[in-house]
Design a protein around this ligand. Structure first.
Ligand code: NAD
Length: 339
């Protein structure tokens, strides 16, 4: 365990149980150099404890990098509640988890993640103030979409030589909470929008409401466009899909877009600009972290727009050093975290 922690440069791992509710939870704290660790709480079944610990550590590390490049005075952490086959009282389970968070005295702040909801955060908030994304704080997805818009502009500046998105052709994959909000923003900018989603109803909505053009699910990667915008699941950029892409840049909200370590170099080799996912999709994190600190909406909006400036600097350094934007982003984050 200590070897795994060392290889992830993990500061601390906390394990909790609560017999009354059946709670089994892990809080992973990766790095607190910049401030208390902030990161979502996952609630899902795991095949083994090792798998749950590995997930918590990997995700906590990702949060440190994301917070560092978002310019937040916040560290990286993540929690995992191992979902039991049967739960008697979900509210009591999350309240028990709230007491676990409280025991860390502000060293970890939690938020919504896969399997948890703002209502669960409300239960946690009964026991601790170190919680964001409650029902009162609201859904961060529209803020993520605003950050992605700033990132798409940066990609257009770098690769198309224009800041204005009017007439730019964008293939948007995934029309969920972020994708739908982004579709509205892009159409308002005069983008020629192509869309796809596993859910035909979501596609119909943006076709009818926004005049977007539907694309068949198996034709998404090869659809000719200026920018491919993945807003569905992670792992979409692999050897096969990268070979099919007919775009100048990739810039979207999905987490962990690169399926493996080679994907960034493959994109580079094809002359396709990759916008590092954890930089472009940090709008939601900025929103929850800065709302928690009591910052005004106007100031938060400004900070979200600055995602575009960060990407300008990553693209410029990538160009100057002949290294992929993914590698430059990691090095910039490591410079902030360990430099
Ligand atoms: P969501 O679940 O609301 O929407 C995802 C959508 O993608 C769904 O409509 C789904 O049908 C569609 N989809 C999945 N696989 C697809 C495929 N292969 N082809 C076409 N459509 C597909 O999720 P969301 O909250 O909109 O988040 C989207 C992505 O952005 C996720 O990867 C998420 O981790 C990431 N992200 C979200 C936020 C946020 O604030 N919600 C913040 C940072 C990152």
């Amino acid at each position: 365990m200590f070897a795994a922690m060392r290889s992830e440069r993990m500061e601390a791992l906390h394990f909790f149980t609560d017999a009354a509710t059946g709670l089994e939870a892990i809080i992973a704290i990766h790095n607190t150099r910049l401030g208390p660790a902030l990161g979502g709480c996952r609630y899902q079944p795991y095949a083994s404890l090792d798998e749950a610990v590995a997930d918590a550590m990997r995700l906590a590390r990702g949060m440190s990098y994301k917070a560092a490049l978002a310019g937040l005075e916040q560290g990286g952490g993540k929690s995992v509640i191992i979902r039991p086959p049967h739960v008697e009282d979900r509210a009591a389970l999350f309240e028990a988890f709230g007491r676990c968070i409280e025991s860390l005295r502000g060293g970890y702040i939690t938020a919504v993640d896969s399997g948890t909801s703002p209502a669960d955060m409300d239960c946690i908030a009964q026991q601790t103030q170190h919680v964001t994304s409650t029902t009162r704080a609201g859904d961060p997805s529209p803020q993520t979409a605003l950050g992605v818009l700033a990132g798409i502009r940066a990609a257009a500046r770098a690769r198309l030589g224009q800041d204005d998105l009017n007439g730019v052709r964008i293939m948007l994959q995934g029309l969920g909470n972020v994708g739908h909000a982004l579709a509205e923003l892009l159409v308002a900018e005069g983008v020629e929008l192509l869309v796809a989603d596993l859910d035909a109803g979501k596609v119909r909505l943006v076709v009818d409401e926004l005049g977007a053009q539907p694309v068949a699910l198996d034709a998404v990667f090869e659809a000719p466009c200026d920018i491919f915008t993945p807003c569905g699941l992670g792992g979409v950029l692999n050897t096969m899909s990268i070979g099919q892409l007919r775009c100048a840049a990739v810039a979207g909200a999905a987490n962990n877009q690169l399926a493996d370590a080679d994907a960034a170099d493959l994109l580079d080799a094809r002359g396709i600009l990759y916008t590092p996912d954890y930089v472009i999709n940090a709008g939601g994190l900025l929103y929850v972290a800065l709302t928690h600190k009591g910052m005004s909406k106007g100031e938060i909006a400004l900070r979200i727009r600055q995602i575009g400036d960060r990407l300008d600097s990553i693209f410029a350094q990538s160009q100057a050093e002949g290294r992929s934007p993914a590698e430059i982003a990691d090095r910039q984050a490591e410079g902030i975290l360990y430099g």
